[in-house]
Design a protein around this ligand. Structure first.
Ligand code: F6R
Length: 374
């Protein structure tokens, strides 16, 4: 059942190339760059007239939503709010009837997410679901569903469902952009081509970093706390890296926007604190390069205080190796697709640390795969 893997989580981490590929299958044309979202009861005219998107989700799916905000705002130039589903209806939200609600959920049965959906519908919004389970509750209430074809996820810690959600969000952002006329054909074709290269790049990462994460686990499995830093679209991935580590290894971990460190958390840094910094860049994108440079100075603030940095950087970035103790290299990609690659080493790092600590990786204490109570 585990196909030779020691745990479902490890099997599912390794299934990500396929999960991502299957999530794009039949939805994008590699010839024209066009995106198709079939069975959508929200018309292109409604998407064109939309004034905003409200995303509600929980946990890992909420992290995907935070990354999705960057994708949608950048490509479709439409404002996006991201809410914890468990908070949404208690603040008496004010969506406009021309806002579209987007629920992101692996199981499609999370009570908080469904409650947020009811609230959106009651306030007049149409809702769309990104869901991994065909026919799940959330999809029955929604006017459209983008199924993440990750296949059944058994490990309590979400892995392949997350990368499939990021893929679905990228596809949706590009669809919106095409419908709303905010991308031209050349850009569309470029983005779709980059998307089609992601599965192969995940395969490369799985081959190249597993041993390294295993080694790093030896160094860091006894740490009491961990910090994960990122900027922009990489910040949600820092949050996800921290969540993976805490839920399966029971090590306290926090994700933080790199630029916020000097506003308080720098006080935590000492020689015992591992700090995982996402320091990737898309060299063809000036805003990505600028963010990267800012992140490098944040890294130097950490090393100056003897913090032990593990950096995630793109292949060919040799400079960063001179600044930090450990570097995990991943292939280069478009800025909006890098998150799908960055999270893979963070999953493996959490996995190997948890295994080393003798934790039950697939069934962490106090957690359930599907949370059907509010
Ligand atoms: C973390 C994890 C949870 C879920 C959350 C939402 O690894 O799995 O944080 O992401 O409970 O579940 P879904 O996506 O089924 O709504």
């Amino acid at each position: 059942e585990k196909a030779g893997y020691k745990h479902f989580m490890l099997k599912e981490i390794n299934e990500q190339p396929r999960a991502v590929r299957d999530t794009t299958l039949g939805r994008v044309s590699l010839e024209t760059g066009k995106v198709f979202l079939p069975d959508m009861k929200i018309s292109p005219a409604e998407f064109r007239a939309a004034t905003g998107i409200t995303i509600a989700a929980c946990g890992t799916s909420w992290h995907a939503g935070l990354a999705g905000k960057f994708m949608i705002e950048r490509l479709a130039r439409l404002p996006v709010d991201v809410d914890y589903a468990s908070e949404y209806r208690y603040r008496d939200p004010i969506p406009s009837p021309t806002d579209i609600g987007l629920l992101i959920t692996q199981s499609g049965e999370t009570a908080d997410t469904i409650a947020a959906q009811h609230e959106l519908i009651a306030k007049g919004s149409k809702t769309l679901a990104i869901c991994n389970v065909v026919g799940a509750a959330v999809t029955r209430l929604a006017q459209g569903t983008i199924t993440t074809n990750a296949g059944p996820e058994i490990g309590v810690a979400s892995t392949k469902a997350f990368t499939a959600q990021l893929t679905a969000l990228f596809t949706f952002a590009l669809y919106l952009a095409q419908v709303r006329g905010t991308v031209d054909d050349t850009t569309s074709l470029h983005l779709v081509t980059e998307l089609s290269r992601v599965p192969g790049k995940i395969e490369e990462i799985l081959r190249s970093v597993d041993d390294q994460c295993h080694e790093l686990a030896k160094h860091f499995s006894t740490a009491r706390d961990f910090l994960f830093l990122g900027r922009g679209i990489h910040y949600p991935i820092a949050l996800e890296g921290a969540l993976k580590l805490k839920e399966i290894s029971y090590i306290h971990a926090e994700g933080y926007p790199a630029g916020e460190m000097k506003h308080g958390p720098n006080a935590l840094i000492d020689e015992t604190l591992p700090v995982v910094c996402i320091a990737t860049k898309d060299p063809s994108d000036p805003s990505s390069v600028l963010k990267y440079e800012k992140t490098l100075s944040n890294i130097q603030e950490v090393t100056a205080r003897s913090g032990r940095v593990i950096a995630i950087a793109i292949e060919g970035d040799e400079h960063i190796g001179q600044l930090v103790e450990h570097v995990i290299h991943i292939p280069q990609s478009h800025e909006l697709l890098l998150p799908i690659l960055e999270v893979v080493p963070l999953q493996l790092l959490a996995y190997h640390i948890a295994v080393r600590r003798g934790c039950d990786v697939d069934q962490p204490r106090n957690l359930a795969k599907s949370v059907t109570v509010e």
